[in-house]
Design a protein around this ligand. Sequence first.
Ligand SMILES: Nc1ncnc2c1ncn2[C@@H]1O[C@H](COP(=O)(O)OP(=O)(O)OP(=O)(O)O)[C@@H](O)[C@H]1O
Ligand SMILES: [Mg+2]
Length: 368
Amino acid sequence: MVAVGVMLASPVLNMVVKEIGAVIGGQIALQKDFTKDLRKMKMMLESVAAVMKDAERQSIEEREVQLWLKRLKDAMYGISDMLDEFEEDAQSAARKISLKKDLLQFASACPSICPKIKLANRMKEMREELKVITDQHKSFMLKPGTITRELKITDTRATSSVMKDEELIVGRTNNKRDIMASLSESNTGRITIFPIYGIGGIGKTTLAKMVFNDAQFKDYSHVWVYVSQTFDMNKIGNSIISQLSKAESQLTERQMIHNSLVELLAGKNILIVLDDLWEDNGSHLDDLKDMLKVGEHSRIVVIVTTCNEGIANKFQTIEPYKLAPLSNDSCWIIIKQKSSFDSRDDKHEVEQIGKDIAVMCGGLEVWP
Ligand SMILES: Nc1ncnc2c1ncn2[C@@H]1O[C@H](COP(=O)(O)OP(=O)(O)OP(=O)(O)O)[C@@H](O)[C@H]1O
Ligand SMILES: [Mg+2]
């Protein structure tokens, strides 16, 4: 799926809802039908507003939703222009009328007569357009707060413990050895939290997988949680419970999650990888630590990957591990693998270019 970028439409939608409210409750006397139309329009927009947050998040990956938000945004500008025109027309009509003393009485009886016809047509158009747009949102199943459950946004960054062939992993033997040594040395307390940090794409997840799948942990129960940029304690707790109990858990009460974890973690050796942690709120991280620190007579090893050194320092029980870039030689080996270099006819001509690219990579993956 192609990432298309977030489309923000809620600020303009909220502005228009307020504008409509101001016109309905404002100084200008309105035709009864027009007030009714505006009220309906406001209600429609308020129900759309309830799903905007989810729609905007979904628009990161769904072009269809992004286009829908764009249409909605354009319609909002249309309604806003219509309201501006209406207010201008109404004010200038009132000014003209007030100049003619003899018409004053008429003006107070029917002050909005001038914009009435033009506005009625415009209002009809806008309402029809809005109806089409709001009907469309139903086809995306956008209901308040349901996107993550019903539409399942595909997070293209999501990971699992599945490893590619070890032989395709280049130049990380020493790093793995160092990490194993740190974990063995710290094998005392009930819980060990060991962060691996380093810039994006440097190979943290790959290294975590190597450790996770190592024979040293063969007597451990294994749990792999992809944390993601959206930090959700219940999701993390449920994922651990599901993996340990081998039955899907969707507990919503924190206490229930706690009770299950107490039971499942007790008396066991458990290796948990929390991959891709972005949360930097200290108290949330303390809550997470407390959530994992529950099993009686258990030995829990938590490996965390994060791009952020600050998070690594906050969420640890032993010194975090800073992952350095791969050497130029390792990068060149990876490039050769990925470009099937050895079977190319032009390998002598392109070799130097490949080596130059390896230097430019600075140890980072460059393929999309
Ligand atoms: N040592 C390696 N040898 C070969 N390929 C590697 C190596 N390390 C990482 N890669 C590849 O590079 C890409 C990025 O690696 P990885 O996902 O582990 O990085 P990361 O640091 O976890 O990135 P992010 O911060 O975005 O989560 C992956 O496709 C991975 O397979
Ligand atoms: Mg990663």
